[in-house]
Design a protein around this ligand. Structure first.
Ligand SMILES: Cc1cc2nc3c(=O)[nH]c(=O)nc-3n(C[C@H](O)[C@H](O)[C@H](O)COP(=O)(O)OP(=O)(O)OC[C@H]3O[C@@H](n4cnc5c(N)ncnc54)[C@H](O)[C@@H]3O)c2cc1C
Ligand SMILES: NC(=O)c1ccc[n+]([C@@H]2O[C@H](COP(=O)([O-])OP(=O)(O)OC[C@H]3O[C@@H](n4cnc5c(N)ncnc54)[C@H](OP(=O)(O)O)[C@@H]3O)[C@@H](O)[C@H]2O)c1
Length: 667
């Protein structure tokens, strides 16, 4: 209110009306209306032509940035494709050409812009006051530059007014129109970027996490512009009609009431989505956010529709986009989870695992392809009603993987997998718990792959089965863990749905070397990627010749989360030559050091140092077990680990052609 009153006073002063309008508003009304046009309603004083021009500039600047990113992505994909075609049948040495970036500017751009945190190192490590209060993360350098430019352009567009060249009330009316139109135009990217099905994710291969950051900032801009819009209206209205009449003007006026409801809703959203509140009560936040977003969109729509204002077409796009996205999601969920012939629905098995986690297996009634590195949204109505939670797909039946090429069924019988699993410490974690594992009972990868070929020829592809590892936090994940712990054999059979799979757009096929860092439950992002790369490498359809998996866990129990799948991976042909694993156990209760006979699996009771690992890979020749061709570094896990990996990659960006992806989760 003080801001509004300040605005009102300012307006009265500039309109020359120095009298106290709150006491004698009727006099003021007569006084003002007799000599001046009413700039407080309709389009009087609004510079529609310039508003339209600036809106076009705003949209064009967004399109220009998207075009630049698209061009960079096209260049990147073209290089990757050429590299893959050249390298997939080549030996390690023949990939030498790709070991270095051939330009000076590309590594510079990656180091200083694309992968750079805002300052030195901190990016995805959360700002925390305590373990419970999370203030969010710091945007990267590229994000900050783009966001700053975006905020500045909005400020410039809003303040581009003919100061002193016309009556002040008219200028304020122009500001009202400008801020209102820009707020509505900004709602287009706001709603588009909030959607899981935002087409830009696929087109630009940029993660939802990045778009979510822009969604949050554009949301703040929309709210500020809407507040400016209301204040500018109030300044002119109260100057002309008096304060009392201004406050009463809403009753029975659908145009004003709908606008007011929308702005109040926005202010609620602004405070409700503060990072600390959002993270502490995420599901409450999400419910409140969605309901209030619906109210806001409805309010703005009615506000524009009642007076058929020129911004209405923009609003139609916003509402249309929102409805289409919701319908697409619903149709996709129904299609995926309900079989059309026998009306089967998705079955779910939840198994409690040692180390406070669950393996959740979804048996779908249909077949769908799940790209390696994807995530799905899991719906478990018995535990969380209609809420959905994102989880990386940790494992699928191989029939649901994209084609790898013909496989030669020469399983590595001398695999070190069994030795890793039979190690005393792990025996305790895995065998003594005596858990029923659907995956353990299922036939192994190669046997299923052989079946698959025959099924394809018979056109009978089995339905998709996918598994998630859900580490128990405090909400739904804790509920399912506790329920499974109480159930017979620590296993629950229930029903549920999945939505997705989303993302999985990292194509690792063109890199001779792939280094994967995982922290805790972050291992789920990498498992299917490793299986897919090993299978493709064996079929000679990818450039990858070397995979290094670095997995840091707090205790040994966590290794049992993925033991059956790791065992399958370790038995895959070519695994010994390609895959080395470094396991770090940071809070081991006993000695945790172990090295396999071929030294391809190492277990250490220490914290992982990404720089040391990267040096081992990057600074050695292929013959000494070092890097082959171009190198891709991927990280999924706690923000602090991701920051450490980012720093290590940036410090070594000149050592060779090096690219990275961080599977982050900051929303
Ligand atoms: C792409 C992606 C993949 C993920 N993969 C895995 C995985 O493989 N294994 C794993 O253990 N965890 C994974 N997570 C994290 C997982 O989604 C959360 O741990 C889980 O949703 C927490 O649920 P909860 O109710 O127990 O959370 P709470 O304990 O209530 O909240 C903990 C935090 O989880 C997040 N969260 C809570 N509910 C939701 C929701 N409905 N949607 C989105 N985020 C939410 C919030 O940031 C919240 O602060 C992934 C997250 C993302 C974004
Ligand atoms: N697709 C996705 O986006 C996706 C998928 C799965 C999981 N996740 C996210 O990944 C995170 C995993 O959390 P978690 O609780 O399972 O992991 P965690 O137990 O907190 O940490 C796992 C390991 O990482 C180590 N670590 C942390 N910071 C490090 C650093 N700076 N340098 C070296 N090692 C470090 C820890 O060592 P210390 O014990 O020494 O700290 C620990 O051994 C969650 O935030 C989850 O949401 C995301």
């Amino acid at each position: 209110m003080p801001i509004i009153q300040g605005f009102s006073r300012l307006a009265r002063e500039i309109t020359g009306n120095k009298r106290d309008t709150s006491n004698s508003h009727s006099d003021t009304t007569t006084y003002n209306s007799s000599i001046r046009p009413d700039y407080s309603s309709g389009l009087a004083g609004v510079n529609l032509e310039l508003d339209l021009k600036l809106s076009t500039w705003l949209v064009s600047s967004i399109c220009a940035v998207l075009f630049v990113v698209l061009a960079m992505r096209a260049f990147h994909l073209f290089t990757a494709y050429t590299r893959q075609i050249h390298s997939m049948q080549s030996s390690s040495l023949e990939q030498n050409y790709w070991t270095y970036d051939r330009t000076w500017w590309l590594p510079w751009l990656k180091r200083e812009f694309i992968y750079a945190p805002l300052g030195n190192k901190r990016h995805n490590r959360e700002w925390q006051l305590s373990q419970a209060v999370n203030y969010g993360t710091l945007p990267g350098r590229a994000h900050t530059i783009l966001l700053t430019l975006y905020v500045l352009s909005n400020i410039v567009y809003c303040t581009l007014l003919p100061y002193g060249k016309q009556e002040a009330a008219k200028t304020i009316a122009e500001l009202r129109g400008r801020a209102g139109v820009l707020a509505v135009v900004n709602m287009i990217p706001l709603v588009l970027l909030a959607g899981r099905n935002n087409p830009l994710i696929k087109l630009l291969r940029i993660s939802f996490d990045n778009f979510n950051l822009f969604h949050r900032w554009i949301g703040r801009i929309v709210i500020l512009e809407s507040i400016v819009h209301v204040c500018a209206w109030y300044a002119n209205y109260s100057a002309r009609h008096g304060v009392d009449k201004s406050l009463n003007s809403f009753s029975g006026n659908i145009f004003l009431t709908s606008g007011l409801v929308a702005v109040l809703g926005m202010i609620f959203l602004l405070f409700q989505s503060l990072s600390a509140l959002r993270h502490a009560f995420y599901e409450t936040f999400l419910h409140g956010h969605q309901i209030m977003a619906f109210v806001v969109l409805g309010g703005v729509y009615i506000h524009l529709d009642v007076e058929k204002l020129p911004a209405l077409p923009y609003m139609n796009m916003v509402v249309g986009g929102w409805i289409v996205e919701r319908i697409l999601r619903l149709v996709w969920i129904l299609w995926l989870n309900i079989g059309y012939k026998r009306r089967e629905t998705t079955k779910v098995i939840i198994e409690a695992l040692p180390g406070e986690a669950c393996r959740v297996t979804f048996q779908l009634p249909r077949h769908t392809i799940i790209r390696p590195g994807s995530h799905v949204y899991a719906y478990l109505p018995k535990f969380s009603w209609w809420m959905s939670h994102p989880f990386s797909v940790a494992w699928t039946n191989p029939e649901s993987e994209p084609p790898t090429g013909p496989l030669v069924a020469d399983r590595d019988e001398n695999s070190e997998g069994s030795s890793l699993l039979n190690k005393e410490t792990l025996d305790h974690a895995i065998v003594e718990e005596g858990l029923v594992s659907a995956a353990l009972k299922s036939p192994n990868y190669l046997e299923r792959e052989a079946d698959y070929s025959s099924l394809i020829t018979k056109r009978k592809i089995p339905p998709t089965s996918l598994s998630l590892i859900c580490a128990a936090r405090t909400g739904m994940t804790r509920k399912i863990y506790e329920a499974a712990m109480q159930a017979p054999a620590r296993t629950i059979f229930t029903s549920g749905f999945i939505e997705g799979a989303y993302a999985g757009h990292d194509n690792l096929a063109s890199y001779g070397t792939v280094v994967m860092f995982a922290g805790g439950a972050g291992i789920t992002h990498h498992l299917v990627q490793i299986r897919h790369l090993l299978a493709c490498a064996h079929a000679r359809t990818v450039a990858t010749r070397k995979i290094v998996l670095v997995w840091s866990v707090r205790d040994l129990e966590a290794l049992s989360w993925v033991a059956p799948w790791m065992d399958e991976i370790l038995k895959m042909p070519g695994r010994r030559e390609m895959l080395t694993m470094h396991l770090f156990v940071t809070k081991a209760r006993g000695p945790a050091d172990y090295v396999s006979p071929s030294r391809s699996i190492e277990l250490k009771g220490a914290r992982c140092q990404p720089g040391v690992i990267l040096d081992k890979v990057l600074r050695r020749a292929p013959s000494e077990g070092g890097r082959v061709g171009a190198c891709f570094v991927s990280v999924c896990g706690p923000g602090a680990l991701a920051d450490e990996v980012r720093k290590a990659v940036r410090e070594r960006i000149w050592v060779g052609a090096l690219e990275m992806n961080e599977e982050s989760f900051t929303w």
